[in-house]
Each structure stands twice: as structure tokens, then as C-alpha cells.
Design a protein around this ligand. Sequence first.
Ligand code: GLY
Length: 396
Amino acid sequence: MKKNLFFTILLLPAFLLQTYAQNKTDRALLRKADETLQFAARQYKLMMKHVPDSLLPRTTNSKDGSLMTSNSGWWTSGFYPGTTWYLYEYTKDPAFKAEALKRMELVKKEQYNTHTHDLGFMMYCPYGNALRFTGDTAYKTILLTSARSLATRFNPTVGCIKSWDHGTWKFPVIIDNMMNLELLNWATRVSGDKQFEQIARTHANTTIKNHFRPDYSSYHVIDYDPATGAVFQKKTHQGAADGSAWSRGQAWGLYGYTAMYRDTKDKAYLDQARHIADYILSQRNMPADLVPYWDYDAPGIPNVPRDVSAAAVTASALLELSRYTDKANSKRYWQAAEKMLISLCSPAYLAKEGENNDFILMHSVGSLPHKSEVDVPLTYADYYFVEALMRYKGIL
Ligand code: GLY
């Protein structure tokens, strides 16, 4: 009894101090999140004015600093209308809804695209948000068609959805593919057809088996033999080396398994997400501000580019994961996400108003080995950043 009293007297002030400090961080970041979302809304209002009507923003052209756009077939086409839906939800400004609807018309035809696995990004970000924020059931038909198109790429012998049709690969599956499974789970919930979720589960299970190393870092590409399902090779495409941990790939895995747990409540997916989170947060090469270098094993660290998109995806995923774990881990994940967001909201990464081609964040990396989109803004960094800020504020 005396011993307990002694510890209470000794530890209580430290506990209260820690709680006070945490509450102070929470309050400061809540204010900062509002300021930043308001800034993001102003910035995207500027962007709306100069993106040609028939195109979608993509990044900054590193040759001349101009805005680089894409057509709807590029894998990032859904992020800009997806972000404008988030900003509509935050501001209730009808200009964002009008802009989202206008750009979604461009993306709509991709529901029939059976030549890519990226339909989760391209269709679920804009149309999923549209459905969520308007309740308009017309979007369901488009999303179900998209899910059917995605499902055509599933090979039951491999147990995965094929990622790419390009290159000399036999049956390439990239870790990024985990991000498309939400669309399939949604399709089962809405249609009652169990096949979609079964494909998602099988893909997620095969990926657990073959994509991860013993430390829970992941390979980027697993190339399968489509006739037997055997692993043919384990490679990278956008990472520093076959055996390295490409930062955004780790973030896609974390987000993907967290979403799989949300949709299925299967504990194996929660465990996988936690292992990935723990891998990321224990990286010796993780900078103090928790905005990762483009690859956790990049040669030349610390003199290599950061990848802000990896930080944005990781932060958003950690905020969700923190809701599913025990108290101690929940706090750890939440605080890591807070630290990432505090960094991303700082002038080191947040653009100045009217600059950065009106993207919100600077300093992302698309594919360094291909010398493509290095140290530039990217639509998906903006999308997951805005999502993370809204999750932090409890709006989503
Ligand atoms: N899904 C492609 C990328 O993350 O670059």
C-alpha cells in the first residue's frame, strides 16, 4: 500500500505533465490542421482556374516548372477530383463540388478499363467520395462496373490481381495493388456478390505470403508464373534495389492492410498492418521529422530526396490504424502521425500560396530510378495529406 502511494506521488506529476503536453500538441495541431485545410482550399481554388478543361493535374514539369497534366488513363487521374470532394466536405463551398463533378466526367470512362490494376485509385477516390458525400446512388453503378473491370485481372492460380500489362514481366503484382482492394470490398457490401471480397482477401493473403521479408518490409514487384502461380522473381521498379524498402511501397502496404482490416475485421490483416507500421517507425534511416527519404535504404542518405507522398499516405494510415489497436500502440501510432503532419504543415514541405503550381505540398518523388517526378508536387501527396488532416480533425 505504502509502496503504491510512493509511486503515485512520484509518478503522478510526470503523468499529468505528459498528458498536459500531449493535449497541448493536440490542440495546436487541430488549429494548424484547420489553417492548413483552409490554405489547401484557397490553393485548389487557384488551381481550378488554370487546369485545361479536358485534362487533370499531375505534377510540375521539372524542365520548365510548368504544370504537368494527364488524361484520364494515367493512374493518378482520380486524385484531383477526390481531393476536391474532400475540400467540398470541409468547406461546403459549391465550387469544389462543381469542379469535382466536371473532372469526374473525364474519368468516368475508365470504369471500363481492364488494362490496369489502378482502378481503386482512379475510380474509388473520386466516385467513392462522391457517393459518400452526396449519397447519390448513380455513382454505385459506375463503381460496380469499375470493380468488375478490376476483377477481370484476377488469376485464381496466382491468387492475385495482375498489376501491369506493360514491360517484360510475366504476371507482375506490385505492393501498391493493396490500395485497390477497398473498391472490391465495397462492391461486395453493395451488391451482395461475395466474389469481389473473396478476390480481395485472396490477393491480400497471397501478398502476405510472397511480398514481405522477415522484417515486414516489402518487395515492390513480385513476378509470378501465371500458369503455375509460382513466384518467378522478386524485384523493384521504383525502389533503390530489389532488396530495398521503397518508402511509398511500405506506405501502400500499411494503408492497404489497415483498410482490409476495417472492411473484414480479420485480425491477420490488423497484425500485418501493425508489423508494417512497426517496421516503418523503427527505421534507422527515418529522419527526425518523420518525412522519409524516397527509399529507406537509398544509397547516399542523408543527401537524397525525401518523399512527402510516402509521409502523407503513412500519416493517414497510422491515424486509422491507431483506432484499431491497444492503448499503448494506439498512442504511439497517433503521435507518429501527428509528428508527420506537423512536419508536412511546416514551410519545409507546405507550398506558399499561389506557388508550386497551386499544389498543396512540395518535395515528393514519383520514380527516382526512372528520373521521373523527382522532388516535385504530386496529386496523391495532396490527396492523402488532406485526408489525414480531415481524419485528424475527426471529419472522416
Ligand atoms: N502506384 C504507383 C506509385 O506509387 O508510384
